[in-house]
Design a protein around this ligand. Structure first.
Ligand SMILES: Cc1ncc(C[n+]2csc(CCOP(=O)(O)OP(=O)(O)O)c2C)c(N)n1
Length: 384
């Protein structure tokens, strides 16, 4: 009797894969349940989030693999290119390719069938895996991907999993990993406070200026655009990962690091970016890594692109969002003292600091470091 799932997991283990993330496809549900049982596994809210989380894991020296449906590639492509490919990080992506075999859902055809063209256009290497006989290709390409810091996609034909022995042993619905490495019990356990009445005195630059001395020895993942440029200008440390693209990936990257590293991790995110990928707060709340602080600098605007308003300025209270997604330790900070107290914390546990700021950027130059230099300094720090 065939068991292709088992065979694939053995290949992954032998290739040193030690970090996985997935968003389900019905065709690989048995595989996913088995992956969840064998590897450190992050169930995702959106495939793009997984690209960020895996980037964080691989910056920390892990070998990451993702499992997604072909439609999910549409949700990942920018992060794959402007984060994983740009910073030359390795990633294996196992794609359940829909629309090519006994497909009953017409909506799967457009993405599923065009996938090879999309990947080719994106410069992402891929292999068509049509039968178990093709698994030897997976072994070879995985080794190359991790050695050469490349993305490689495996387009898995659903026919592979037909009549597998494993299907009889697993329900395919799986279960979530135990909730939270440590559930925090920060003082702000109650209702989130309202920010409508609070008038922040500071701009983002001032917030960064206040918190910069407190970032020593912490792994810092900083939002793209002016936040990174300003932080670099205020104080550069090799422990800073400056994002240069991939908007919306700041918290996922920090989350990925916090899941596999002992370092304290501080994510400096923005309201616009968090609103692009808010589901990641649910993933963060679920795992509740005790070494993760999310500092969300909310200037009510897309500051870096000209301070166009975000909905954080009208109807959204990000602290309530974080709390609603399940992060227990949340607080607002609008003054120097509140910021310092919030950053110093005291309680170990995931913390969401809603730092209120006035709109506006400091006139600072671009970061003079190349992206691969940023990556190297940061990865060396994580290893240290
Ligand atoms: C997918 C994507 N869409 C849009 C942009 C353009 N962009 C770069 S930074 C930015 C604003 C980010 O706003 P926020 O996260 O609130 O941070 P702020 O600059 O206000 O501190 C935008 C829209 C982008 N880089 N990527």
């Amino acid at each position: 009797m065939r068991n292709p799932e088992e065979k694939l997991l053995t290949i992954l283990r032998d290739a040193g894969v030690d970090f996985t993330a997935s968003l389900p496809c019905e065709k690989i549900k048995v595989l996913l349940e088995m992956v969840g049982g064998r590897f450190l596994h992050v169930p995702l809210t959106r495939e793009e989030e997984g690209v960020g989380i895996c980037a964080g894991a691989s910056l920390s020296g892990r070998r990451a693999a993702m499992f997604v449906q072909s439609s999910g590639i549409g949700n990942m492509i920018n992060a794959l290119l402007s984060l994983t490919q740009f910073y030359e990080l390795p990633l294996a992506v196992f794609i359940s390719q829909r629309g090519i075999y006994k497909e009953k859902i017409a909506a799967q055809f457009p993405m599923g069938r065009r996938l090879p063209m999309i990947l080719r256009g994106a410069g992402i290497g891929f292999s068509l895996i049509s039968t178990e006989g093709d698994f030897v290709t997976i072994e070879k390409k995985l080794a190359v991907s991790y050695r050469k810091n490349r993305i490689h996609a495996f387009l898995m034909n659903p026919a592979i999993w037909e009549n597998s022995e494993a299907a009889g042993k697993f329900s395919g619905c799986g279960s979530l990993p135990a909730c939270g490495y440590q559930v925090s019990s920060g003082k702000a356990g109650g209702e989130a406070s309202s920010h409508i009445k609070i008038k922040p005195a500071y701009r983002r630059y001032d917030v960064l200026n206040i918190v910069a001395p407190l970032l020593e020895a912490k792994a810092v993942v900083c939002n793209l655009g002016f936040p990174s440029k300003e932080l670099y200008q205020i104080k550069h440390r090799p422990s800073h990962f400056y994002m240069l693209g991939s908007m919306g990936m700041t918290t996922p990257i920090g989350l990925g690091i916090s899941l596999v590293s002992d370092k304290d991790v501080v994510v400096i995110d923005g309201d616009g970016s968090l609103l692009m990928n808010p589901g990641t707060l649910a993933t963060a709340a679920h795992f509740a890594p005790q070494n993760l602080t999310i500092l969300a600098i909310d200037n009510n605007t897309y500051g870096s692109t000209g301070s166009q308003p975000t909905l954080a300025g009208s109807c959204v209270d990000l602290e309530r969002v974080a709390k609603g997604f399940g992060i227990k330790d949340t607080l607002k900070a609008a003054t120097k003292k509140q910021l310092i107290d919030a950053m110093k914390g005291g309680q170990k546990g995931i913390r969401f600091i809603h730092a209120l700021a006035k709109p506006g950027n400091k006139n600072v130059p671009n970061i003079p470091l190349g992206h691969l230099e940023v990556k190297k300094q940061f990865a060396d720090f994580l290893k240290s």
